[in-house]
Ligand binder design. Structure first.
Ligand code: FES
Ligand code: FES
Length: 163
């Protein structure tokens, strides 16, 4: 028998109470129950990063977490990062500016991981950038453009904080 659990969590700034099967993953909850389909089911084994979302601001593979593990947490998907007044997030703008998008399958996860890193430092080290690049698989190979977008967004976010 698959027992239902009651969860209280905040998704994209909206507080929710949900009853979900114990075995449901966070990715299943987002994609199938809430129709937040930006997080993709690429490998389902924690390898590709396509399912990345932010859990309390930190990137996680939603395919590897039970929804129950997000209880009392804040979950952010790409659907929740735009500013009502300012529009696209600076990292989204940087991805467009630097052509870091081709088919788009991996893009939401890459953007969320980039946001988490740049929230910690606007000027990540080459090693930090390399670790980030290695945590997401991109069949289209946009790694050089993604690298440019990280630097572009870092400068943009730094000047926004300074002004
Ligand atoms: S679908 Fe989760 S890491 Fe690939
Ligand atoms: S842009 Fe196509 S898989 Fe990354």
């Amino acid at each position: 028998m698959n027992h239902l659990l009651e969860l209280q969590l905040t998704i994209n700034n909206e507080p929710l109470t949900l009853r979900v099967p114990f075995s449901e993953t966070l990715l299943e909850l987002l994609r199938h129950r809430l129709q937040l389909t930006s997080a993709k089911d690429g490998c389902d084994t924690g390898e590709c990063g396509a399912c990345t979302v932010l859990l309390n601001g930190q990137p996680v593979n939603a395919c590897m977490l039970l929804a129950a593990q997000a209880n009392q947490c804040h979950v952010t998907t790409i659907e929740g990062i735009q500013d009502a007044e300012l529009g696209l997030h600076p990292v989204q703008r940087a991805f467009i500016k630097c052509d870091a998008v081709q088919c788009g399958y991996c893009t939401a996860g890459m953007i969320l991981s980039t946001i988490a890193m740049l929230e910690e430092t606007n000027a990540p080290s080459p090693q930090q950038i390399q670790r980030l690049l290695e945590s997401h698989a991109c069949a289209c190979g946009v790694y050089p453009q993604w690298q440019k977008a990280i630097k572009y967004a870092g400068k943009d976010m730094e000047s926004n904080h300074a002004s």
